[in-house]
Design a protein around this ligand. Structure first.
Ligand code: GAL
Length: 413
């Protein structure tokens, strides 16, 4: 008798339970940059309230993530990690429930090593029980660090183990790997199932730190895209020198704007790190800027094209022999293709003096002979500059940038 084989494909379709995660760069808030070990239930509830009431959730910031230092120093008798009852007196399920009640998703933190960076229990050799514990609590996102990883351990294999452990729970949990760029994560994190991967050491709240991160990653963004994004670390925008990764010295508004624009342009996850309770209105407006978020969340997830990356030319008044200086890696022009034939065009002057940043349109693929110009609108001022051809050479203050949304127009002149 002929027995019809079950239609495996159909069965699979019927069983589909999950939406694809991290279609676009994940967005949210993380406790580490400002609060470090000083976290507790009340703080997390306050952040959830603000994310829901001040427009962050509507703008797409959906994950509220508790970083390191949430547990007791030792596991319980049953082998499970125990939340610190002083910090989280009602346990983690209650925190998750509260976060969910605000229409947000809840993230937690563990480590691929035997201990977290702050010395709390890590998940090495406990991956399956810990993943199940997180799932039981209602966790939607796991940040997975790399401290205290055994020398004999295999980094890739252990990240794969946790990825499998999360999937085995049957709960949809975004896997946010954080091995600081060890073993070229862009080459294998997508393959082991991670949805984002930290690619550098920790950000600090200053200009050098965040620009170094960008400089180290610009050439690697080609490996970042839908469902698995290069994570350039949590934002320090608006921290104003305070908190766990604050250094006392306050970044200027222009420097924070530069940071946020770069994270948007690079299409990387946007995890806020500032205290939302005291965040100055201009930084809230910056991180909610619809044009910038639209660039970050563009559906095609393309990396920016490096049109120019070299040195600005600035006066060197102290040296009569060399009246001009060319500080390395200070002039940037980046062009990002967006959906609908739109482009984001970015100019930056990372030097310590004001300078002109020159750029030929031919270097953007628009030679004069093409008869096509770039119609530009300044994102910060809203000014419509109209069609530009030949070259565009804005004067830019030290540590500042310009950003334009553009489209192509026929140049009949
Ligand atoms: C670091 C990680 C930071 C933070 C910290 C917690 O390794 O890069 O983002 O999670 O550990 O101890």
């Amino acid at each position: 008798m002929f027995v019809q084989k079950p239609n495996l494909l159909l069965g699979r379709t019927k069983r589909r339970k999950f939406m694809p995660l991290a279609q676009l760069p994940p967005m949210g808030w993380n406790s580490w940059n400002t609060f470090g070990w000083q976290i507790n239930e009340k703080l997390i509830f306050e952040m959830a309230d603000l994310m829901a009431s001040q427009g962050y959730r509507e703008a797409g910031y959906e994950y509220l993530v508790i970083d390191d230092c949430w547990s007791l120093r030792e596991r319980g008798k049953d082998g499970r990690i125990v939340p610190d009852p002083e910090k989280f007196p009602h346990g983690m399920k209650a925190v998750a429930d509260y976060v969910h009640s605000k229409g947000l998703k809840f993230g937690m933190y563990s480590c691929a090593g035997v201990r977290t960076c702050a010395g709390y229990p890590g998940s090495y050799d406990h991956e399956f029980v810990d993943a199940q514990t997180f799932a039981d609590w209602g966790v939607d996102f796991l940040k997975y660090d790399f401290c205290n990883f055994p020398q004999s351990g295999n980094c890739k294999a252990r990240y794969l183990t946790m990825s499998m452990a999360l999937k085995a729970t049957g709960r949809e949990i975004l896997f946010s790997a954080c091995n600081w760029g060890m073993e070229e994560p862009g080459e294998w994190m997508r393959a082991i199932g991670a949805h984002m991967y930290r690619s550098t050491g920790d950000i600090m709240d200053n200009f050098v730190s965040f620009t170094d991160i960008v400089k180290s990653q610009l050439n690697k963004l080609c490996m970042s895209g839908n469902h698995c994004f290069n994570d350039m670390d949590m934002l320090t925008v608006g921290m104003e020198g305070k908190g766990n990764v604050g250094l006392g010295k306050v970044c200027s508004y222009e420097e924070y704007r530069l940071q946020f624009v770069l994270w948007c342009l690079c299409g990387v996850p946007l995890m806020m790190g500032a205290d939302l309770r005291t965040l100055a209105p201009e930084y809230r407006a910056l991180m909610l800027n619809p044009a910038l978020l639209r660039i970050n969340q563009d559906a095609e997830c393309r990396p920016p094209y490096i049109v120019r990356r070299d040195s600005v030319c600035i006066p060197n008044p102290d040296d009569a022999q060399a009246p001009w200086a060319h500080p390395a890696d200070t002039a940037f022009v980046l062009l990002r293709h967006l959906t609908d034939n739109e482009f984001a065009l970015f100019y930056a002057n990372l030097s310590d003096a004001d300078a002109e940043v020159h750029c030929e349109m031919a270097d953007m693929g628009l030679p004069v002979t093409g008869g096509v110009a770039l119609d530009m609108t300044d994102v910060f001022s809203g000014e419509h500059l109209g069609p530009q051809k030949d070259s565009f050479n804005p004067h830019i203050k030290a540590h500042d940038c310009r950003l334009f949304l553009c489209h192509l127009v026929k140049d009949n002149a």
